[in-house]
Every structure is written in structure tokens, then in C-alpha cells.
Design a protein. Structure first.
Length: 186
């Protein structure tokens, strides 16, 4: 059981970093779009990077040992009420976080569908452009100018798929509830 909990703590630490990264990027995208006066001010590569990570991976909780204890009836022999309370809170939290992930995934799909209508994602070797957002500092996103291929892509930037600022803002509006939900979990 202790090993299971240690694995869950490790997975949760990774999940928290991913959630913070997703929140920082979404919040930066929302702020970026709020300051635009016309569509020509929007830079495809910037919107692409800011919208590139809008979710986090599911945590594979290690519930098997706890489930065995519950199913066997062994928990009724635990005399430490504090321990029982913590185990029950752990179980409730893991199921709650699973439901949060389901909501966030649905919101991310809606946002992703909307933003794909606005951004041209067709950068050559785009995987090389995207930094490892999940390891970024929690106090902010990195300066794009420090990314290895950013200047090359920016100097030959792709055009947005729309000439209408409202289409971009509508897409970003789908990021707002997602950002709100993720912020709570970060």
C-alpha cells in the first residue's frame, strides 16, 4: 500500500507540473488575444505556441491494494480512525480528480477544435519547435525568442487561417472555462 501511495505521489507531482504549464499557456493566450486590436497584430507562431499545451495526462492511480483491502473487509480491522479517514479521503480525491480530468478533456477538445480553425499548424518539424512545457518554471512561460527555431519560423511565419479577429477571439473564449478549471487544479 505504501508503495502504491508513493507511486501516486510521484504521478501527482508530474500531473501538477503539467497542469501548471497548461494553465500558464492558456492564461497567456487569453491575455495575448485580449490586447489585440486587429487580426494583423496576431502572429501565427505565437498563437500556435500559446495554444500548444492545453491539457495534462491522466494519472494512473495505484488503487489495487486499497481495493483489495476494501473488498476483503480488512479495513474494518484498522483501529486507527485517522488512518481510515486519510485512506477514504485519498480514494475520494482520486475519483474526484478523474472526473475533473474528464471535464478538462472535453473542454480541451472544444477549444482544440475551435483553435484549429484559426491557426495554421503546418510548420515543418514542428515537434522541434515546441519546448518541453511540462518542465518550464512555474512562475511563467519562457521567452519565445530563446527557443531554438522560433526566429526562423517567425521570419517566414505562416498566416493565420482567418482575417477576422472575432474568429480568433471566439476560439480563445473556449480556452477561458478550460483555463479556469485547470487553474483550480494547478
Amino acid at each position: 500500500m505504501i508503495h502504491d501511495l508513493e507511486n501516486d505521489i510521484t504521478a501527482l507531482d508530474i500531473g501538477i507540473r503539467q497542469t501548471k504549464a497548461a494553465y500558464l499557456l492558456l492564461d497567456s493566450l487569453i491575455t495575448y488575444s485580449r490586447n489585440l486590436q486587429n487580426i494583423n497584430e496576431a502572429i501565427n507562431i505565437d498563437v500556435y505556441l500559446l495554444s500548444s499545451r492545453n491539457s495534462y495526462r491522466a494519472i494512473a492511480w495505484s488503487r489495487s491494494t486499497f481495493e483489495e483491502l476494501k473488498n476483503s473487509g480488512a479495513l474494518r480491522y484498522v483501529e486507527n480512525d485517522s488512518l481510515l479517514s486519510l485512506l477514504n479521503r485519498y480514494e475520494a480525491l482520486t475519483y474526484h480528480l478523474d472526473k475533473d480530468l474528464t471535464y478538462d478533456d472535453e473542454s480541451a477538445k472544444i477549444f482544440g477544435s475551435s483553435i484549429r480553425k484559426v491557426i495554421d499548424f503546418n510548420y515543418p518539424q514542428s515537434a522541434n519547435l515546441l519546448p518541453n512545457w511540462y518542465n518550464m518554471p512555474v512562475d511563467g512561460i519562457p521567452d519565445f525568442n530563446t527557443l531554438e527555431h522560433y526566429q526562423k519560423y517567425r521570419s517566414n511565419d505562416l498566416e493565420l487561417l482567418t482575417d477576422n479577429l472575432n474568429e480568433l477571439k471566439i476560439a480563445v473564449n473556449h480556452a477561458i472555462p478550460l483555463s479556469f478549471g485547470i487553474r483550480i487544479r494547478a
